[in-house]
Write a protein that binds this ligand. Structure first.
Ligand SMILES: Cc1cc2nc3c(=O)[nH]c(=O)nc-3n(C[C@H](O)[C@H](O)[C@H](O)COP(=O)(O)OP(=O)(O)OC[C@H]3O[C@@H](n4cnc5c(N)ncnc54)[C@H](O)[C@@H]3O)c2cc1C
Length: 320
């Protein structure tokens, strides 16, 4: 995308003080459609939107939103988000311009929050550093992967993280250790905090044969492509797997495989995926999520907890 100009809103006397945007060299816009910025390809507009180019701009955007008392939503690759058709109030900060990666001594990699996880996996494999082979098919940024404790093939971000750099609620830079972040299965303390991830340092195992690490990485990708529906927009797995059974199996057992609402469908190939078959609305997807929860709960009294982050307002509350 090309760099957009600064677009100031049309003088709402009750709206935020946009004059402070003049201090930002960054590109603050209003009414930006969010659907193209998510892998589900659904959702309404951001009331306010920016793509900071560096941590200073990021700090300024956060400070402005805080001063105005408007909510902030961080957007990585949008690969684990269901944004409502009504869009999001407040400021949406996209991290895609916060890029950069350094391969350090002894198998350490530092990267900025907006760096795609796949780039890290490929760079590590090329160097013969093992530890990120599992990450190859995950279409998120490093920041989103840390927040979600993304994982696959029995491994997760928390296995390789040594440090996470954040801006705290005062927009002050801090360095956190994994022990500070309460990592669990697709969980971290960051999911319920006002902190913004700016970068992270990973420790991998250096000194392996690059060809071997690359082969293993490719095997993981092939396995994923052959078992998961990558041909249509989705958010990957919609629900966290309960301890007893995989969520996909439970959904399949209640007869919902292939079930459709509007333009959204529970995948025939993998029932924990909901696909946007072309014209789905966020509400279609949301209704399928509610239906799967309801049917599985009715049959087994098992609560399916969404892994996807559901943002904005929807009509009916989820079961909780
Ligand atoms: C086809 C497909 C396959 C997938 N497979 C997997 C898989 O195997 N394993 C897995 O774990 N996930 C998988 N996912 C889900 C998703 O890719 C991961 O959860 C990923 O880590 C999300 O990263 P993101 O950058 O897209 O974050 P987003 O979806 O943009 O955001 C996720 C959450 O993190 C927050 N966030 C993002 N960046 C920051 C930041 N810098 N600071 C603070 N908060 C931030 C957001 O506000 C949101 O709450 C898959 C998704 C798709 C579409």
């Amino acid at each position: 995308m090309t760099t957009a100009p600064v677009v100031l809103p049309q003088g709402d006397p009750c709206g935020p003080d946009t004059s402070s945007f003049a201090r930002l060299s960054g590109r603050i816009q209003s009414g930006i459609p969010l659907a193209p910025l998510t892998t589900f390809r659904v959702g309404g507009k951001a009331e306010w939107y920016c793509e900071p180019h560096n941590n200073l701009e990021l700090q300024q955007c956060l400070a402005w939103a805080r001063a105005e008392g408007i909510p902030v939503t961080l957007l990585g690759a949008g690969s684990n988000l269901l944004i409502s058709d009504a869009g999001l109030p407040g400021l949406v900060i996209h991290t895609r311009r916060l890029r950069g990666m350094q391969l350090l001594e002894g198998g350490r990699i530092w990267a900025a929050a907006g760096e795609p996880l796949v780039n890290l996996a490929r760079a590590a494999a090329k160097r013969g550093w093992s530890g990120l082979e599992w990450a190859i098919g995950i279409p998120g940024t490093l920041g989103g992967a840390v927040v979600m404790n993304a994982g696959a093939h029995g491994r997760a971000m928390s296995d390789v993280l040594v440090e996470v750099q954040i801006l705290d609620e005062e927009q002050e830079p801090c360095r956190l250790e994994p022990a500070d972040l309460q990592f669990g299965y697709r969980r971290s303390r960051l999911q319920d905090s006002p902190w913004t991830v700016t970068g992270a340092t990973l420790q991998l195992l250096p000194g392996r044969d690059p060809a071997q690490v690359q082969r293993q990485t490719q095997r993981h990708l092939n396995q994923r492509l052959s078992s998961q529906p990558y041909h249509l927009p989705s958010c990957g797995s919609v629900f966290r797997n309960p301890e007893t059974h995989p969520a996909g199996w439970l959904i399949e057992q209640v007869g919902l495989k292939g079930y459709r609402i509007g333009g959204a469908q529970i995948s025939e190939r993998h029932a924990n995926f909901i696909l946007n078959c072309g014209q789905a609305s966020a509400n279609d997807i949301y209704r399928l999520i509610c239906l799967a929860q309801e049917k599985v709960y009715q049959r087994w009294s098992i609560f399916l907890e969404p892994e996807v982050r559901i943002l904005g307002s929807f009509d009916d509350p989820l079961i909780s």
